[in-house]
Design a protein around this ligand. Structure first.
Ligand SMILES: [Zn+2]
Length: 258
């Protein structure tokens, strides 16, 4: 209930002014392209990281040619390449797919029991104030186990994402301190983003991480930022323009995420 009231308050505050207020901008989830376009091999970067950072200080995505996993955290953008190392990226590197927002800690979910990724997501979902909202998810802590992956840059003709991930490198972290960065997306946004949770990881020293395939938590505090608005930037040329996006790609998505 607190969450709903906060969202309404921020909307009415913004509406009372001409144009977008800074506060209202902070409650926008900004997204580049769609997950289904990425599944269908639209990998050419369309937005520079420098411009992405004007839309948020927190988020995840990938880079031009599908080169690695993006973690945007506290305003710094990292690229976890196929060697598992997190590199700070320059503002001119581009992204074909990313989701970012300005992270404001609205809600806390305490998960006291030990859990794997599936169990963790189940407990988190049961604790969400609404399943019809977009949440940015941040967890700072020490994790008994995290398994991540990264994918190398692809070459034309681009393979579908479900095939490109066969090139993925997998990394394991044991008793790792770090931050989980990601989003929980409502089911109604299928095709636009990943329904349910999509989480990336970066170590405390910001040197390694990737897209989370599995993990163990043992008592964590999950910080949630509910975003009341979503803004999408779609490519206006290139592979995206002639793409058939009418199909149901949920089976492909399942393969890619797990
Ligand atoms: Zn990912």
């Amino acid at each position: 209930m607190i969450l709903i009231l906060a969202a309404l308050a921020s909307l009415s505050a913004g509406a009372a002014q001409t144009g977008l207020s800074i506060d209202r901008d902070r409650e926008v989830l900004f997204q580049v392209s769609t997950i289904d376009a990425l599944l269908l091999a639209v990998y050419d970067g369309v937005l520079p990281v420098g411009e992405l950072k004007e839309k948020g200080d927190f988020g995840i995505g990938t880079f031009d040619k599908l080169a690695g996993e993006m973690i945007l955290l506290d305003g710094v953008c990292y690229q976890v390449k196929e060697d598992g190392v997190a590199y700070v990226v320059s503002d001119d590197l581009t992204t074909p797919f990313a989701s970012v927002t300005f992270f404001d800690h609205d809600e806390t979910v305490l998960i006291e029991e030990a859990a794997n990724l599936t169990e963790f997501v189940g407990i988190l979902e049961a604790s969400l104030p609404s399943k019809n909202a977009f949440y940015a998810v941040r967890i700072d802590g020490t994790f008994p186990y995290v398994r991540t992956r990264s994918v190398p840059a692809q070459e034309r003709p681009y393979p579908l994402l479900a095939d490109a991930v066969s090139d993925q490198t997998v990394f394991e972290f044991v008793n790792a301190s770090g931050t989980i960065v990601g989003f929980w997306t409502p089911q109604f946004a299928a095709g636009i983003n990943v329904p349910g949770s999509h989480l990336h990881f970066i170590t405390d020293d910001r040197t390694a991480g990737g897209h989370i395939l599995d993990l163990r938590v043992d008592g964590v505090e999950v910080a949630l930022d509910v975003t009341a608005s979503i803004l999408m930037a779609l490519p206006t040329a290139g592979d995206f323009f002639d793409l058939d996006l009418t199909g149901d790609l949920s089976a492909d998505l399942e393969k890619v995420e797990k």
